[in-house]
Design a protein around this ligand. Structure first.
Ligand SMILES: *Cc1c(COP(=O)(O)O)cnc(C)c1O
Length: 474
């Protein structure tokens, strides 16, 4: 042992072999890691856990370990994955995928100074909203709009501006929790305004709202139930009836649309949903909706409606805290521009493209992939093509699904299928599917990068073999 320690190189000696690493990663970080690696090596040596190496071999070993750590630490945590979960707009998987035009626009605006809040006509300070306002008004029929960080922010801002310390009647059937801690009652408490629950879970009548209205009532609000639906003996009050009631009492009528589609969704075989334009035509004074749900754009929230109310919202100091950045504005502009041309919209907007994919096309894709998938997995696994139903996701159209096809994989033991799920998740571009009753299913509706999926199959095969060696049955 004493022999060994005499051979131990010093930090400086090791650093002399790290000039290339230091050029890339900098002296402080490299020398800190060298110190850590050396300390670890010394500790291992004291426990007799390392072989007797020459000084040069020890240096090589430590430099190699430092390089590996640096590379690992530089891997981004946020990476692209294959969303084969069967949910097109999956909140945990980043929701909408941007069209190319939007990505180009982000690049352009990110790499130079811009007139974000500078009026090029007058040479004076401008408003970042102006870049999207006219497009959004054109597409929604609204008098005015403003855009914030997400729809949760839009709802909070509307309530804080128009209902601060007032009462807001909402149907008991609409007190929705969206997930990720967005709950209408909680948002109202923070606005702060007082939620007045009206009606019953399954049935709410106009008279329920009428009796709830008093001099403290700030506005009437309708919330899209988004991720659930009630079936059976139900009744809710129409948007136009609520609009008329609000007008009679001179208070605003606000609809939180959630997804806020700009086009008719029945063309994709989905349930009919009022568009933003229709909601405003039904008499809503304001509507709020997300940018990255059915709209298919970047994360943001839109408030659209009457100019006088939008002006009040813009003047709220909270608006400053919730505003969107220039990258979002650039991307949203390009996404909205696609909506001007219905002929190109579906082809160019990924979200609508996925929703529009025909089951037959997805089935052919499954047939193209089945053999290679089965070959990579070996005979431990049984693969087949099965019909499935894709969901829109993100609380849009919960009751309506789209017929699709999945690559389904089963194994004789849970252990094997779990190994597969893990191996798929640990690929360079992770493959995320759904595990149900021992069946790992990959809904191919959102698989557009088939080449990369295929190119990773040898890595998947290798990972499964290695797992078997380390954890498999003896
Ligand atoms: C999704 C949703 C929200 C929250 O929108 P984010 O953009 O996720 O903040 C709010 N209200 C309804 C009804 C929703 O469906």
């Amino acid at each position: 042992m004493t022999d060994n320690r005499r051979h131990l190189p010093s930090v400086d000696q090791i650093l002399q072999h790290c000039s290339e690493l230091q050029a890339t990663w900098g002296h402080p970080r490299v020398s800190r890691l060298v110190r850590e690696e050396l300390a670890q090596y010394r500790a291992n040596m004291q426990q007799g856990a390392v072989a007797n190496l020459s000084r040069q071999a020890t240096i090589d070993l430590i430099v190699h370990a430092v390089r590996k750590t640096l590379l690992r630490q530089d891997q981004p945590s946020l990476v692209p994955v294959f969303n084969l979960s069967g949910t097109v707009l999956h909140t945990n998987l980043g929701r909408a995928i941007l069209p190319e035009a939007a990505i180009d626009a982000i690049n352009t605006v990110a790499s130079a100074a811009s007139n974000l809040e500078f009026d090029l006509c007058s040479g004076k300070r401008g408003d970042r909203n102006t870049h999207i306002e006219s497009l959004l008004c054109e597409l929604s029929g609204a008098e005015a709009v403003t855009v914030v960080n997400n729809n949760a922010a839009a709802v909070l801002l509307v309530l804080n501006t128009l209902a601060n310390n007032g009462e807001v009647p909402v149907s008991r059937g609409e007190l929705v929790e969206i997930g990720g801690a967005f709950r209408i009652p909680d948002v109202m408490a923070r606005a702060p305004c007082q939620l007045v629950e009206v009606g019953a879970t399954n049935r709410t009548h106009l008279k329920d709202y009428e009796t709830a209205i008093n001099e403290r009532t700030a506005l009437l609000m309708k919330v899209h139930t988004s991720n659930f639906y009630i079936q059976g003996f139900t009744k809710s009050v129409s948007e136009s009836d609520l609009a008329a009631l609000a007008e009679k009492h001179s208070i605003p009528f606000v609809i939180d649309l959630g997804s806020g589609n700009l086009v008719d969704m029945t063309q994709f075989g989905l349930a009919s949903e009022p568009t933003v334009k229709q909601a405003l035509e039904h008499g809503a004074d304001l509507v709020t909706f997300s940018g990255d749900k059915l709209l298919g754009g970047p994360q943001c929230g839109v408030v659209a409606g009457r100019k006088e109310l939008i002006d009040q919202i813009k003047a709220n100091p909270l608006k400053r805290a919730l505003r969107v950045d220039k990258l979002t504005i650039a991307a949203l502009t390009e996404v909205l521009k696609l909506y001007r041309n219905p002929d190109r919209l579906i082809a160019e907007l990924p979200t609508l493209n996925y929703l529009n994919r025909r089951a037959e096309d997805i089935e052919s894709q499954a047939h193209r992939l089945l053999e290679s998938w089965q070959a990579a997995l070996t005979s431990t696994f049984t693969c087949s093509i099965e019909q499935c139903e894709s969901q829109v996701g993100s609380g849009a159209l919960p009751s309506s699904t789209l017929p699709s096809f999945a690559l389904c994989t089963r194994a004789s033991s849970d252990n094997d299928i779990n190994r597969l799920v893990t191996a798929a998740r640990n690929l360079a571009k992770p493959v995320i599917g759904r595990l149900n009753d021992g069946c790992f299913s990959l809904d191919l509706r959102c698989l557009d990068d088939e080449a990369t999926f295929r190119a990773q199959l040898p890595q998947l095969a290798l990972a499964l073999q290695q797992q078997k060696l380390t954890h498999g049955n003896p």
